[in-house]
Design a protein around this ligand. Structure first.
Ligand code: SF4
Length: 367
């Protein structure tokens, strides 16, 4: 492929124009579109908006299990037989202590994640109080993932100081009924629209590898572009034993049969070109599916989780931080100078974030 092809991709993206579906498809599948020039083209876009910085996120699984929904990828779904450590909402003191540790360890953002279809007004009021307390004590960005939310709830949370609401679209509208039957793509879209109505920034992303076609990926990437989401996590599907989708075998020829490092990186480039200003986070599955190519994800993506995910084990924080630095990227921390000193001190890397391993249950994927 001529070098002008890659340069044009960067130029189109930087001029905020969409890329045609046909070109998107080529990025994902055509062998003559080479990976390294493609990554470099995506990196030019990433560098324009985020320089060489990487934002680190820490998840607090504040409530695990007890979910009435049937999302086929999720170990907390009512249809999953996975042996998870289910628990109701953690006590306030525990959530606040974890926020403190996230702040002191230098995380830029603290994500509170709750299972369930969506919170009651009483639960929303409780969460608002918690968020207000966290924001009063620690200058850390707070993101909440609590299921389906209406405009009134979004307003209460915004007034409490919430910075972002997370609600993933996960896949295209067409593919959605194949991964969940208890709520719809439209339900999820309405939650994001409610957040936007009250001026809350949205975090919404995808899970790649749930049997969708490349066309589904292009569609959801363009839907997120239309929403102008501030943050876009790209998860790569980890089949967890006991979930409905864990035994999934693609049957259609257009569906990639497995997630290769090459394909995952192309997906990240596609999301970067179509969402040039979004904080793109390479999320669950990065260690497993990108393998030795993991560090290359930093060229299209500018954000990562450290120390694990909701129901799957991630790489150790110290290894992630070392990888980021070895590749010449810098870590964006909260503004506390003590914290920055901690992050700069290579000798302390083994203790960094160590205590946060208790934040969530660990489960081995069977992949
Ligand atoms: S993804 Fe959320 S809504 Fe769906 S089953 Fe899991 S916890 Fe419930």
């Amino acid at each position: 492929m001529k070098t002008t092809f890659y340069r044009e991709l960067t130029d189109i993206s930087l001029s905020d124009k969409p890329i045609s579906d046909a070109v998107c498809e080529r990025l994902l599948t055509a062998q003559d579109v080479e990976l390294l020039p493609l990554l470099n083209a995506a990196y030019q876009v990433r560098k324009t908006y985020f320089q060489n910085e990487v934002q680190l996120h820490i998840l607090n699984n504040a409530q695990n299990g007890y979910c009435p929904e049937d999302c086929g990828y999720c170990a907390q779904a009512n249809t999953a037989t996975t042996d998870i450590d289910a628990y109701p909402l953690k006590p306030d003191a525990e959530i606040l202590e974890e926020a403190k540790r996230a702040y002191e360890s230098g995380a830029y953002r603290y994500c509170i994640v709750m299972s369930g279809r969506g919170p009651s007004p009483k639960r929303v009021a409780h969460l608002a109080e918690l968020i207000h307390t966290v924001k009063t004590h620690y200058p850390i960005e707070v993101c909440l993932s609590a299921g389906l939310i209406d405009v009134e709830s979004a307003r209460v949370l915004k007034s409490a100081g919430l910075d972002r609401l997370n609600h993933n679209l996960n896949t295209s509208e067409t593919h959605y009924p194949k991964i969940c039957s208890t709520h719809t793509y439209q339900d999820r879209m309405e939650t994001l629209q409610a957040a936007q109505t009250v001026g809350l920034a949205c975090c919404s992303g995808v899970i790649v590898g749930m049997g969708e076609s490349t066309d589904d990926i292009i569609k959801v990437a363009k839907a997120l572009r239309q929403l102008e989401v501030a943050s876009l996590p790209v998860n790569f599907f980890l089949p967890i034993t006991g979930t409905q989708l864990s035994a999934f075998v693609p049957t259609e020829p257009s569906v990639p049969t497995s997630l290769t490092p090459d394909y995952c990186l192309r997906v990240l480039c596609l999301f970067r070109f179509l969402n040039p200003r979004a904080e793109i986070r390479v999320a669950a599955g990065r260690e497993h599916h990108l393998r030795s190519m993991e560090v290359m994800a930093l060229y299209p993506a500018n954000s990562m989780f450290v120390d694990g995910y909701l129901n799957a084990e991630g790489s150790e924080a110290s290894r992630t931080i070392e990888m980021i630095r070895d590749a010449g990227f810098t870590i964006k921390t909260n503004e506390d100078t003590t914290t920055q000193r901690n992050l700069k001190d290579a000798e302390k890397r083994d203790v960094l974030l160590k205590d946060l391993k208790v934040l969530r249950p660990r489960m081995e994927s069977n992949a």
